[in-house]
Ligand binder design. Structure first.
Ligand code: SF4
Length: 322
């Protein structure tokens, strides 16, 4: 057999270096997005016990992986416990997550609850099962959070999930409502956080490949795919291809809401508007102006300044927590 030529060796080395460079860049970007979201919404505080919900999909694997990385270097102490709910869908590979979590050597709990049978029994054949299934799942996860003493429940929803939800609510629900990065449960007892809120799904897909997470397929329940969500997802992906920066700009709009220029009298006191009274929201008085718009700036960042202590800071050298 012929040995490879030196030129080929050099090309292979260059390709490998480039791949490594891109992988490092991606890891850094995701880590920064997660750190920024945690800081902006005060998602994790000293002493928190964060229950990370792990489904076996790429997003929740990435969430756990990035939080574990941040935990090592963050200037605050918090603990993590991974939880998987085995809903007894036929064909669920029960060994995959325990083997993965054992290999990480972290605290975890696998919860076995046969919600699959309940859903199959209650929902007539051909009807969508997701709403009952997720309601059952939510109740179980809240109960487990109590049992584990978790102060925060971390979910793996990302920026694209949030935008899809915004459009789904607009198109089908008649509401300007997305999926919040931080949410208090209805009973006021649980705090749900979404540390991937600033992360792009594309990045999470590449990260999952890079880290070789043992992904469990998400169609085991045999449920119909959510067609409305699928359509919105394709619409957003198409915009992303044709108008670079639009997705980022749309997400930023969720952080720059101008209630005086919407039409919800519960958010802004239109009835009480009076001459000489309070001025409209900043940037809102454009009644006689033709609004000017510029091309989106994909990397523009006009979010508020970060807090003084950031989870992305390094742990002080003399810290007692190692
Ligand atoms: S896709 Fe299946 S497992 Fe997921 S929420 Fe719907 S019914 Fe439940």
């Amino acid at each position: 057999m012929n040995s490879p030529t030196p030129a080929l060796d050099a090309d292979a080395l260059k390709a490998e270096q480039k791949a490594q460079y891109n992988a490092n860049k991606l890891t850094k970007r995701l880590r920064h997005h997660v750190g920024d979201a945690i800081n902006d919404f005060n998602m994790i505080e000293p002493g928190d016990r964060v229950m990370v919900c792990l489904s076996g999909g790429k997003d929740s694997y990435a969430l756990l992986d990035i939080l574990l990385g941040l935990q090592k270097s963050a200037p605050i102490d918090f603990s993590l416990v991974a939880v998987n709910l085995d809903q007894k869908q036929p064909g669920f590979p029960e060994h995959v997550l325990p083997a993965y979590l054992d290999s990480l050597g972290i605290e975890y709990r696998i919860v076995e609850e046969d919600t699959y049978s309940i859903v199959k029994r209650v929902i007539p054949e051909g009807k969508t099962t997701c709403s009952l299934c997720s309601r059952l799942r939510r109740g179980i996860l809240y109960r487990v959070a109590d049992e584990l003493g978790a102060t925060k429940i971390a979910l793996g929803h990302h920026r694209d999930d949030i935008l899809q939800t915004l459009f789904l609510n607009m198109f089908y629900g008649g509401k300007l409502k997305a999926m919040p990065p931080k949410l208090l449960s209805d009973d006021g007892k649980h705090m749900v956080i979404r540390p991937l809120a600033y992360c792009r799904e594309k990045d999470l897909e590449r990260y999952a490949e890079q880290r070789e997470f043992p992904i469990i397929p998400c169609n085991l329940c045999g449920s119909q795919p959510n067609l409305q969500r699928q359509v919105v997802k394709e619409m957003l992906n198409d915009w992303d291809r044709r108008f670079p920066g639009r997705i980022e700009t749309m997400f930023r709009s969720l952080q720059h809401v101008v209630p005086s220029h919407l039409a919800d009298p519960t958010l802004f006191n239109f009835a009480g508007l009076a001459l000489g009274g309070a001025l409209p929201d900043e940037g809102g008085d454009t009644a006689f102006d033709r609004e000017e718009f510029h091309d989106p700036q994909p990397d523009a960042d006009d979010r508020p300044a970060r807090p003084v202590i950031s989870i992305l800071d390094s742990r002080p050298k003399d810290s007692a927590c190692g």
